[in-house]
Unconditional design. Structure first.
Length: 169
């Protein structure tokens, strides 16, 4: 078995076989950006690099765009926020995975190694003039060994839901 965390990859994703650690890190990354240091394209590209497209195409990048925009950010709003020197940070408040989620108990993952976690985040939106703190849920799907579509030694994110109607409870 691989060590718990081998190393962060170039995008900051932990290279780990611990699906809970990867789900928590992904949820935090989904809700973290800084207009003072990164363009919208850079933020989106970093997140896109975390997303592992499955061979059957069941998790296309179009879903990534839709769900990322469900966090309240798109190219237009990011430009406006950049004028305000805005940034967002997030911290995990709670994490529930697999059988801890009623929807997963009702409809288990379709293959061994696919995990679903719902993370409650404490999010801080800050700009030069305002500050707002709130709680946001995000569901993250992680593919791990022994799944044939997973890398042999670590887990990868294969999707997330930020839209309220898609959160897995």
């Amino acid at each position: 078995m691989a060590p718990d965390v081998v190393r962060p990859d170039a995008e900051g994703a932990p290279r780990t076989a611990d699906f809970r650690k990867l789900a928590a890190a992904a949820a935090t990354a989904i809700y973290t950006w800084d207009t003072r240091t990164s363009s919208y394209s850079e933020v989106y590209s970093r997140l896109r690099d975390w997303w592992d497209v499955l061979p059957d195409g069941s998790n296309p990048l179009a879903v990534l765009v839709q769900e990322f925009e469900a966090t309240g950010i798109n190219a237009g709003s990011y430009t406006t926020l950049a004028d305000q020197q805005a940034y967002r940070s997030a911290a995990v408040e709670s994490l529930r995975c697999d059988s801890e989620l009623a929807k997963v108990r009702e409809r288990p993952a379709p293959w061994a190694g696919l995990h679903v976690c719902t993370i409650s985040l404490r999010v801080l939106d800050q700009s030069a003039s305002t500050s707002n703190t709130y709680t946001a849920p995000v569901s993250v799907m992680v593919n791990c060994p022994p799944a044939v579509t997973a890398p042999p030694d670590h887990c990868v994110m294969v999707g997330f839901y930020a839209a309220p109607s898609r959160i897995v409870y």
